[in-house]
Design a protein around this ligand. Structure first.
Ligand SMILES: Nc1ncnc2c1ncn2[C@@H]1O[C@H](COP(=O)(O)OP(=O)(O)O)[C@@H](O)[C@H]1O
Ligand SMILES: [Mg+2]
Length: 362
């Protein structure tokens, strides 16, 4: 039987859903947070006259048809003396980064996505360079800590969005409230203090006066484009905090043929098999590329629009180990069924590692 190897943290709901769906379809899911597969596991990377290969006593690597490189965690140290933990943890991290970088020589399977491609595609500027090369339009942008440059862009554009390289979360010590950095709209009235901007670079981009947002979940050769807007009319500045609002309207759409071809070209150029693409559409119908999240969330799309078989698509791709998979390569697995399952309840109840992105504010 084929197996699928999943690198994702224990509490990851996407990994949980896919592992469940694979097993419901008779495919074994080997789900592990890192390459340290447990206290009893022994693994080796070999280099000799025959070349480079890997071996593990915990699984038969030759039976793995796909590797879902969702979000490998750094392996922690094994049970050693406290003084040795840091040393051992660093060796494990070296072992893991060497193994993952080998890709096909580590596991000869479909990688979703290839670690080197994934790492490059985490870079928003590499994405924009690729978008430019394939002829996708995008709103002009600068990443800068130079207030004069930001002001000049603001004068040219009228309105800008300010965004961050990494979303940042913090929690109020007094109220317990969770806060996160988000997209901010800037206009001629906005203060752009030179000293504050100099302290920390940010991303500033022409704000597109949108008719709606588009999210395209690309799963191998299949694209699932959906538009997101307010039922009451108009678009959100940023749709993400509104995903569970009554007012949010999500609808499947067809992409213009030329845009679809360019998105496929973008995925090929970045060498990505999986990607969640954000686009915006202005009132004239012009589409602009914002970004691609190579391991973005996609199951919320099926939650909003149960007729779109995203869970089944991803499961079929991993089970068949090919990007040009047949949708019926696996059972008719639905995200809604997973959410009602005992497996999902277990996942929610499982202890979670502290979120390292969370800092505390007094
Ligand atoms: N230039 C822009 N014009 C209009 N809306 C934007 C623009 N940039 C971002 N947004 C909104 O903010 C959301 C988040 O921005 P995005 O570029 O996808 O960055 P990230 O998701 O990494 O924070 C987008 O999906 C969109 O709704
Ligand atoms: Mg986004």
């Amino acid at each position: 039987m084929q197996q699928v190897l999943i690198f994702a943290p224990t509490g990851d709901a996407h990994a949980g859903a896919i592992a469940w769906a694979l097993e419901a379809s008779g495919v074994e899911a080997l789900w592990t947070p890192s390459t340290r597969l447990g206290a009893q596991a022994r693994g080796s990377l070999m280099a000799d006259a025959d070349g480079i290969r890997a071996h593990s006593n915990a699984c038969d690597l030759s039976r793995i048809g796909a590797v879902w490189h969702r979000a490998p965690e750094l392996p922690g140290a094994a049970a050693t003396m406290p003084e040795d933990r840091e040393f051992a943890a660093r060796q494990w991290q070296g072992f893991q980064s060497n193994a993952l970088a080998l890709e096909q020589s580590f596991v000869d399977a479909l990688w979703v996505n290839r670690p080197a491609a994934a790492e490059a595609a985490e870079n928003k500027w590499v994405q924009l360079r690729a978008a430019h090369a394939v002829g996708l339009r995008f709103p002009e942008a600068i990443a800068s800590n130079d207030a004069a440059e930001v002001r000049a862009l603001l004068r040219r554009c009228g309105r800008l969005v300010f965004k961050q390289f990494h979303t940042y979360m913090w929690q109020s010590r007094s109220s317990g409230e969770l806060r996160s950095s988000d997209v901010v709209l800037l206009d001629a009235q906005s203060e752009l203090p030179e000293a504050a901007i100099a302290v920390c670079p940010g991303i500033y981009q022409r704000y597109i006066d949108k008719a709606y947002d588009v999210r395209v979940s690309v799963i191998g050769d299949r694209l699932f484009p959906v538009r997101l807007l307010r039922r009451g009319g108009g678009a959100y500045v940023d749709w993400r905090p509104h995903i569970r609002d009554e007012d949010l309207l999500a609808e499947p759409i067809e992409l213009p043929v030329a845009v679809e071809a360019r998105l496929r070209a973008l995925m090929a150029r970045l060498d990505l098999v999986l990607g969640c693409i954000d686009l915006v559409v202005d009132h004239a119908g012009e589409m602009y590329f914002l970004e691609v999240n190579q391991q973005g969330q996609f199951l919320f799309v099926e939650e909003l629009l149960p007729q779109l078989p995203l869970l089944r698509a991803m499961t079929s791709m991993l089970a068949s180990g090919r990007r040009d998979y047949a949708l019926d390569a696996v059972a008719d697995v639905r995200f809604a069924t997973y959410v009602r399952s005992e497996r999902y309840r277990h996942l929610l109840a499982a202890p979670r590692a502290a979120n390292p992105a969370l800092v505390y504010e007094s």
